[in-house]
Design a protein around this ligand. Sequence first.
Ligand SMILES: Nc1ncnc2c1ncn2[C@@H]1O[C@H](COP(=O)(O)OP(=O)(O)OP(=O)(O)O)[C@@H](O)[C@H]1O
Length: 653
Amino acid sequence: MASGGKPPLEDTRRTTGSPKMKSRENAKDTLCRNVTIYGRCRYEDKGCAFNHDPTKLNANQSDSKKRFNVDSPSFTPSLLSGNGVSAPKKSTAISPKAASAAPFQPRTTSSLPPGSSHVICLASLASLAIGPSTSSATSRNRANPPVQAPLQGNGNGGITPGGAFDPFVTTPTPMTPGAVGPVSANPYSHDPTGAMGGAFFASQTGFQQPIQYHLYAPIGPHSQNTLGYQRNVHDLFIPNDLREELQKKSAATLQTLPNTQLPAQVDYFHSLVPLDLNHQKNAATFGYPSWIYKAQSSKDGTFYALRRLEGFRLTNEKAIRSVQAWKRVCNASVVTIHDAFTSRSFQDSSLIFVTDYHPLSKTLADQHLSAGTRFPGRHTNAHIPEQLLWGYMTQIANGLKAIHGNGLAARVLEPSKILLTAKTRVRINACAILDVVQFDNQRTVADLQRQDLVNFGQLIVTLGANTPTVAHNPTKAMEHFTRAYSSQLKNSVFWLLNGLQKDQERTIDTFIAGISSQLMSTFDSALHLDDQLNSDLARELENGRIARLLSKLGFINERPEYELDPRWSESGERYFLKLFRDYVFHSVDSQGDPVVDLGHVLTCLNKLDAGTDEKIHLVSRDDQSSFIVSYKEVKKALESSFQALMKPARRMH
Ligand SMILES: Nc1ncnc2c1ncn2[C@@H]1O[C@H](COP(=O)(O)OP(=O)(O)OP(=O)(O)O)[C@@H](O)[C@H]1O
């Protein structure tokens, strides 16, 4: 329904030919749609009953305005070069398929109070206390507050003096007229002081750009007294700790080190960044000092970890070929080996191993054994809970099973060579190295595999006894371990320590069978984590829909190439999409102050995505036109306008 002064659209549900006359008595007062669209009507002299002269319409304008109908077919812009309207460019790159989201299925929530709309979806329960849905909203965005439930502080944002909820700030912002007091930092701006996010990387070399990972971090004060159906804005996004972890990892992956002394290129790798922050040469594990670098492959663009053994001279070509067998080991508990080669890029003779890169990983020594690590004093050598130790054991057993199953042996199993790649996820690192370096070693694989079991047992005792020097005093370490852990764990470790006994049964498979109850427990935890991540992913999916909707609105509204064409933006569907944009983003409160309310935006966009029957009242900026339309109608208009936009120019006639 239109009640303002906008140009009318004729009432028609046909898209071709002369508009069908629904009521002949009104036809003469209605401008023929062919004139509107094509400039002339082919049926003018062939019986078309509609008006073909716009100048004769004035007297009946108000009448015909009633005919404004959201079901009117969408206007297809034509190449009207003669009247100053430029042809739409055909350069739009987005594919209609990609842009078309699947229909949104709103979730129902049983905790909503009686009378609530059954179509309020999770994401629409934004930062506010959402009350019963307004079935027929009439308040206007410019003159009245938006049709929303009363605003409440959710503890994660601030209520502006105008009543608007700003989820990003706790103090008045410059956006809020009349704001007084200190201006809070704008989370969108870069923070040159580093006060809002640079701190994390300030201490880390090489991070030039602080990541704005705090953007959605829940800033207090936190309100505890929200009702069951109320949500705050942080419920709508990926959990903070996970988001921060992922963002830090991606920042670490993309980190570069300008003006470095490192070679610009090592074989097919470039952009080297050292991961070893300890500059002390340590040849204890491999017999050669080893260094780790993150590097990007120029073959596939992905990032790898390069382990360099300084000063290694290859004497036997076969030695390096032994790495081939390691490429077959594909296991979630083993850092994957990709390649090995010798290089002179470091001005010496180096042996380079290419492995998977796991950003921001630590070794178990870094994590649990402070003495002698890169972070002395940072950890208190806290007791490792038994369940965590079992978790490590089952993962390492899983890795060893894959290694032994491929006829190989890990050979290096020590706390500094087990990588902690996520909270409790470990991977056996530095495999294959001793196979190359000690290629001439005469020990059989079976022997080396038994040695793996012993090393495995010692690793667990080292971790459990909280000391990196277990080798110096094994009796004391065992005593401590026996006191601190259950007999099942102790017996399992003893079994491993006796791994060198040459009985047929002493294999990693026997060990795994013996700890099957613990395997189930670890498996269950992994399934829980999987469920959790899936539900986090589902939340991001909802946000993805909003991003798509916003993109579509952005594509349609205020297109410069149609600026002079009133039929594009000033009439029909595009016109109330424009008003809808104002309704969502440019609402003002009763004092005329901007309403900056993420809750309102999310609610509107989710209702739009759901295409609900709820009605909203859209009013033009000059208050001359107003429409009452449902979200369903707005959705339909959005889709048809977007489809019109996607049509190639030659078909727009
Ligand atoms: N594949 C990898 N991906 C990402 N980071 C890694 C990888 N391998 C090692 N690192 C990082 O490099 C650091 C050094 O690894 P390294 O194996 O040299 O341990 P270390 O504690 O320096 O032992 P050592 O003194 O024997 O050299 C580890 O703490 C880890 O953070």
